[in-house]
Design a protein around this ligand. Structure first.
Ligand code: DC
Length: 225
């Protein structure tokens, strides 16, 4: 039986850490849709295109190929951009790219195609509301801005990406605003999603809780995962 799990929520709420681990434990494929928007952003910047120029960014669609490897590697036109897409310069521009309808449609097609093939746990902003509105399980994962900024800061430092906590907190606030105010498929909790506030939870606690939610939902629907 093919299962689809959607995890949405604001920037740096820990969605990818949790989704990755849950996917590993349940044998699902993890799909990081944010990485796809980031890879597209990286490409625009490589090409010297202004990320606030919608027409110029959308014009690049035919020349962009993005691949997510099972080992977590992100390829853009066969370049390994796994590390580059986490840099603050990309984080600072990705919300503009993600607000362009044509780029969203281009990437959403690929996201849906991946979910049609495998049992997936997909994280993003619009998975439960737009990409997979019929997902078997929908979770809206949140945490306070302060908690999220500290988590993202620690993550960047561990990866050797230099930044300040203030820079990260400003970026998180800015992205929350742009992501939830765009016209097309904004960040929003699906009416049938379960909200999970992780501000005071450890990663292991969240992973355990998410697996509990998935099992309960599948049992309720009579699905044998
Ligand atoms: O999850 P993330 O921080 O890697 O996401 C990067 C950006 O991409 C984020 O600011 C919003 C956007 N995004 C989106 O609009 N829709 C998605 N499904 C995933 C990410």
């Amino acid at each position: 039986m093919k299962i689809t799990v959607a995890i949405d929520g604001p920037a740096a709420a820990g969605k990818s850490t949790v989704a990755k681990e849950v996917a590993k434990r349940l044998g699902y494929t993890y799909i990081d849709t944010g990485a796809m928007y980031r890879a597209f952003t990286w490409y625009c910047m490589e090409k010297g295109v202004d990320c606030q120029n919608e027409a110029a960014c959308c014009a690049l669609i035919p020349e962009v190929t993005i691949k997510l490897r099972p080992n977590g590697q992100v390829l853009c036109n066969e370049f390994d951009v796994t590390k580059e897409i986490r840099e603050p310069r990309v984080s600072g521009n990705v919300s503009y790219i993600a607000s362009y309808k044509d780029i969203r449609l281009f990437l959403v097609d690929q996201q849906r195609a991946m979910a049609a093939k495998h049992s997936v746990i997909m994280d993003g902003r619009d998975i439960g509301t737009y990409v997979l509105p019929d997902a078997d399980v929908k979770i809206f994962q949140i945490a306070s801005v302060e908690t999220r900024a500290v988590r993202r800061y620690d993550e960047n430092i561990a990866k050797g990406i230099s930044c300040t906590l203030e820079e990260i907190e400003n970026d998180v606030r800015k992205r929350d605003y742009i992501d939830s105010h765009r016209d097309f498929a904004p960040l929003k909790c699906a009416p049938d999603a379960l909200t999970l506030d992780t501000s005071f939870m450890s990663v292991e606690e969240v992973v355990t809780k998410v697996i509990e939610i998935i099992n309960a939902k599948l049992a309720e629907k009579g699905i044998n995962g």
